[in-house]
Design a protein around this ligand. Sequence first.
Ligand code: CP
Length: 305
Amino acid sequence: MRFKGKDIISIRDLEKDDILYILDVARKIEKSPDQDLLKGKVMASLFFEPSTRTRLSFESAMSLLGGKVVGFAEPGVSSLKKGETLWDTIKMVDRYADVIVMRHPVEGAARIASEAANVPVINGGDGSNQHPTQTLLDLYTILKTKGTLENLSVGMLGDLKYGRTVHSLCIALSHFNTKFYFISPDALAMPRDYLKDLERKGLSYTEESDLIKVSKELDILYVTRIQKERFPDPMEYKKYAGFYRLDKRILSHIKKDMKIMHPLPRVDEIHPELDSTEHALYFDQAANGIPVRQALLSLVLGRIE
Ligand code: CP
């Protein structure tokens, strides 16, 4: 794929070779960043939903390569508050920036924005749907720590129903002969269409609610938060809040080199006592957002071919 001018909306838009190419560009940028690579370019950072990592790492990524950032961190300070539509907002921002990074609570909002915009749009998360740049940094993190993306056993734990990070990651890892373990309460299971995709590709997966039953098999355990904000019924959320709480007791049930990942933020699903163990990868994972997002910005802005 030639990336210049392309939107990054869903991980489904990227072939295996595209993914590997982005990760390779990220590796090169991390090794020797060029502080002027994005000089003269402006990124609009439009966050209609809260974020710490995605927004700040995109903004840092742009600034560290010499680009400029405009935007807002919550929609209440934009003219949306006065009733302006997303379409009109994007039509305007399009004229002020060379690339738009956006997060929105509605599934499909980034796709709609990409139809309104002439500049590339990068999806920083749309509702429960997709979070493609998170997935790219997840893969980058796995590659750095395991030396390969191929043939790994990966457990995804927690809210697999509403979790956009696991939805995107499941699609991406299906290129790499992954053995999947989906660990959740029945009500928060991985949606059927993702499982059917794996079946079509001939990939093996196991669904389980008890982590201990499968934890010894895993090379990676990808933990997710039970997301209060996605539940239509708060009583339903209360049933599952705190369903999984990992602490040091898990250590006797995992491989010595098993790594724990989490897109963050966490609430109570990983006890801080695990942070200092060699298994905890989540803070390094978040840091990898910088080179990966630098690679994406450089590619879609045409500064790297
Ligand atoms: N992982 C992630 O998307 O974090 P933020 O919500 O803080 O951006």
